[in-house]
Design a protein around this ligand. Structure first.
Ligand SMILES: Cc1cc2nc3c(=O)[nH]c(=O)nc-3n(C[C@H](O)[C@H](O)[C@H](O)COP(=O)(O)OP(=O)(O)OC[C@H]3O[C@@H](n4cnc5c(N)ncnc54)[C@H](O)[C@@H]3O)c2cc1C
Length: 403
């Protein structure tokens, strides 16, 4: 493996670091990635900050630099994308690119008007998507989804219920998987649609109803979305009828390297040490406690391992390989680190203070450790059940074990 970056990449790293110092200040918000994983993603102020930051990234030409030139991007080399993503995550900044998992599907399977309209709008951060995959009886086993769409003239007419649609109360558009052929084998009767949720004035499409879902910290993180005979024009079809499963599974290289997780952990750990240097328990500096020191050393080793695993994925991709098992190992390891080790360990070091959450005056680092230890509980089953899928991919594609 060769992890060495070019002189240009290292210079680019310095440029981003300087830019972040000047242009990004989290102001006490936990706005990392500004996706459903961040605690403050629903705060109007944090959202405004993230939008303002996005405009600066657009101006710099970084927001869509990973897109192919034919779609208005800069076809940036993988190493440059990697450095970019790494530095933003280290600084706990928003993710720095348009909504992830719809982009590749639009580029590869979208019609010309879709590419123009959606990719054009996303490149200016003017279109916000929500994802409508999960249903009450279709989560890990997503292909069991039941939401029905029937063709009627120039439209699909959609009826059914989705659940866990993250941040969908902020979204204009919904990329949604629906069943168009109930007789076909599960994966083959599914179609992928772009459904308008609400217009420019905020008026919801007839037949669409959102019902809020709150997390254990009281945040409206998701919605259930009910669709009652919602008409979706046929021109909003992504890919082909009954081939939606395959279109929806398209992702971009950029999103697979998985550097964000370890980079964020390293940034949090460095800042945690800065905070802890000034804190004493029972009159003694926290960092002089040998148990604390051991915990922190273990954590650092774990995070460095994650970092190396994600470097391996990026290195393979840069050579044109498809790192399936390696991607799964990297993703799985990082989730296990975050959920079972990283946040719980930081929480255990600040002890009772971990119970003080974001917004409470005596909460260290504005409650980041406690709130994230709680949020990390969702890791592993969110996003399609990584803790289950990861080992399956490793077993079948990596070790060649039978299904
Ligand atoms: C933070 C967060 C954000 C999300 N955002 C979105 C979103 O924007 N859009 C969207 O569509 N969905 C979203 N989801 C939903 C997510 O995709 C589902 O939670 C996920 O697919 C798991 O489905 P489920 O919750 O129905 O759990 P289930 O599938 O019911 O699983 C429950 C438990 O059983 C285990 N299990 C399931 N099947 C098996 C098996 N065969 N063998 C052994 N164990 C099994 C699982 O690992 C899990 O621990 C989000 C979820 C989270 C947590």
């Amino acid at each position: 493996m060769d992890f060495t970056l070019t002189v240009e990449d290292e210079a680019f790293r310095e440029e981003i670091r300087t830019f972040l110092k000047e242009e990004w200040d989290p102001k006490g918000f936990d706005a990392y990635s500004m996706t459903t994983r961040s605690f403050d993603f629903d705060s109007a102020e944090a959202r405004d900050m993230a939008d303002e930051f996005a405009q600066k990234l657009i101006k710099k030409g970084w927001w869509t630099m990973h897109w192919p030139t034919e779609h208005g991007g800069a076809d940036a080399p993988l190493s440059k994308q990697f450095v970019y993503r790494q530095e933003l995550a280290y600084a706990d900044a928003p993710s720095g690119s348009p909504s992830g998992n719809i982009t590749g599907a639009l580029m590869l399977h979208g019609s010309d008007w879709m590419k123009n309209y959606f990719l054009g709008g996303m490149a200016k951060n003017q279109i916000h998507w929500a994802q409508g995959f999960s249903e009450p009886n279709a989560g890990t086993d997503l292909a069991s989804l039941q939401t029905r769409a029937v063709e009627d003239g120039d439209d699909f007419v959609v009826t059914g219920q989705k659940i866990w649609s993250s941040a969908s109360h902020f979204a204009d558009w919904y990329h949604v998987l629906v069943r168009t052929d109930p007789e076909a084998p599960k994966h083959r009767g599914i179609t992928y649609l772009a459904m308008r949720l609400r217009d420019e004035d905020g008026v919801y499409t007839p037949g669409v109803t959102l019902r809020p879902l709150y997390d254990m910290l009281g945040k409206r993180r998701w919605n259930e979305i009910f669709m009652d005979e919602v008409r979706v024009p046929k021109e909003n079809l992504i890919g082909e009828v009954n081939r939606g499963w395959y279109a929806a599974m398209t992702t971009l290289n950029f999103e697979r390297t998985g550097i964000d997780g370890p980079a964020r952990h390293l940034g949090v750990l460095d800042r945690f040490l800065d905070v802890m240097r000034g804190i004493r328990f029972n009159g003694e500096p926290v960092l002089s406690d040998p148990i604390v020191r051991h915990k922190l050393a273990d954590l650092r080793v774990m995070v460095e391992t994650d970092r190396m695993l994600s470097y391996r994925v990026a290195w393979m991709e840069s050579r044109g390989d498809v790192p399936q098992a390696e991607g799964a190992i990297s993703g799985y390891h990082n989730q296990v680190t975050a959920k079972f080790h990283f946040w719980p360990t930081l929480g255990s070091i600040v002890r009772e203070y971990a119970a003080l959450l974001n917004g409470e005056s005596r909460a260290p680092n504005n409650g980041m450790y406690g709130t994230n230890a709680d949020l990390a509980l969702a890791l592993g089953f969110g996003g399609g059940g990584g803790i289950l899928l990861g080992p399956n991919i490793i077993a079948q594609r990596g070790l060649g074990l039978p299904r």
